[in-house]
Design a protein around this ligand. Structure first.
Ligand code: AMP
Length: 210
């Protein structure tokens, strides 16, 4: 199995859900720049305060901020055995920068049709405390509107509202999709059909990592 993996895919493709499961299999940390940024926003750190406006609008946070937060995380000892990057890189400049401080064994592209993406994003709800992710139709919480793990009310991410979703899909098409070519040329890319249940998709991802 590969141990230094990148998950690419549009918002709503299931990167976070898959990354959490596959990182457990591989016994490597799941590093999501979106989660790291949301934690910084919630903690009101200077970096979080700077990132918040970009995130709320569905745009990309400036490369320098994201690179700093990711680079620092990769220096922690648990990332020595490998890592699964979720939501990074998001553009060519980030991919180039990543190449200067980390190795990549494989890039998994999660492919989903645009209408399924929009549906998944509009139905996503997250725990405001532990960030666990639910879906109103495919993975509802056991008790209405509350996190299964800690009972905290579930909320919609501000950037899952329709106005921001359109922008995020546009940013993906313009800035992130070119990375498919970039990694294909480097013979690192495997595309996976990401429709279906999380278990079905995970089985395909495992095959692509074998
Ligand atoms: P995600 O949880 O991956 O959907 O990310 C949520 C938001 O965080 C994105 O819409 C961006 O505003 C920001 N973000 C996450 N990762 C990156 C990145 N690699 N580069 C720039 N912005 C990012």
């Amino acid at each position: 199995m590969m141990h230094r993996v990148v998950f690419l895919g549009p918002p709503g493709a299931g990167k976070g859900t898959q990354a959490a499961q596959i990182a457990r299999d591989l016994k490597v940390p799941h590093l999501s720049t979106g989660d790291l940024l949301r934690t910084a926003v919630a903690a009101r750190t200077p970096l979080g305060l700077e990132a918040e406006g970009y995130m709320r609008a569905g745009g990309l946070v400036p490369d320098a901020l994201v690179l700093k937060i990711l680079h620092e995380r990769l220096e922690l000892p648990d990332a020595r055995v490998g890592y699964l990057l979720d939501g990074f890189p998001r553009n060519l400049a980030q991919a180039e920068a990543l190449g200067t401080f980390a190795e990549i064994d494989r890039v998994i592209s999660l492919d989903v049709s645009p209408d399924l993406l929009v549906r998944r994003l509009s139905e996503r709800r997250v725990c405001s405390k532990c960030q666990s992710v639910y879906n109103l139709s495919t993975k509802p919480p056991k008790s209405d509107g509350k996190c299964d793990l800690d009972g905290t009310p579930l909320v919609q991410r501000p950037d899952d509202r329709a106005e921001a979703v359109t922008n995020r899909l546009k940013v993906y098409a313009e800035q992130t999709a070119p990375l498919l070519d970039y990694y294909e040329k480097r013979h690192l890319l495997r595309s996976v059909d990401a429709s279906g249940t999380p278990d079905e998709v995970a089985a395909r991802v495992r095959r692509a990592l074998a």
